[in-house]
Design a protein around this ligand. Sequence first.
Ligand code: ZN
Length: 271
Amino acid sequence: MDKVIITCAVCGAETTKEKCPNLPITPKEIADSTYEAYLAGASIVHLHVRNNDGTPTQSVEVFKEAITLIRKKCDIVIEITTGGAVGMTPEERIAPVKLEPDMASLDCGTVNFGNDYIVNTLPIMKKFAEEMNKYKVKPTLECFDLSHILSSQILIKENLIKPPYHYGFVMNVPGALGFNSKQLSIMIDHIPLESEFTVMGIGKAHIPAVYSAIAFGGHIRVGYEDNIYYSKGVVAKSNAEFIERAVRLVKEAQKEVAKPIDVRKFFKLRD
Ligand code: ZN
């Protein structure tokens, strides 16, 4: 794909309002922040939802409310999380797929998350892929490590995932693979033909990941889930602020930013 897809991860499960005062929490705040990101140039929203007290939830009702509000505002491609948050069961994590979002993340292996961890065995991954196929939801294959790419290939071999594949390299999570361009290029070397990849640089990896995604011909993810600082010590005013900068960098590189319609066509998403 020639155009660059920019995904906005608007709130995630871990970011707190204390550290990030403008973090969207309620379905309405999430929909408003998503719409601002869309106007700024995001074509996919990576969606988590929260309880009113700010704690993460995979509640189908809360996801439904957020998705309905977003769809009323714009045609941004909606990718829900099935990673959920630390401590959730696989059944909880996969439940909102029945809402038929356009896409969903599919974690491709067990991963350390600071002092916590998220378990993704092959049977869990296969079950998630089957559920996504049932509801015609396109998976983003989230890989936190090289071995996760190899695990994803087992699902591909078993015909549980169809091309074109969308990989998401989540880099610099504490306890998982760090970010540098050499490690990124090794990840890229291992993905199958007919793949696109989005680079997700966590924390300090944010800016280098954006530049590397452009340089390596990939796609970009930014937003409060991955990083809250616009510059050193300065918390971003909004998710849109990150998107605006990513759009500027893509244009400086003489590339075009993809629109939601481009993403829908390329990945053959449900109409
Ligand atoms: Zn997420």
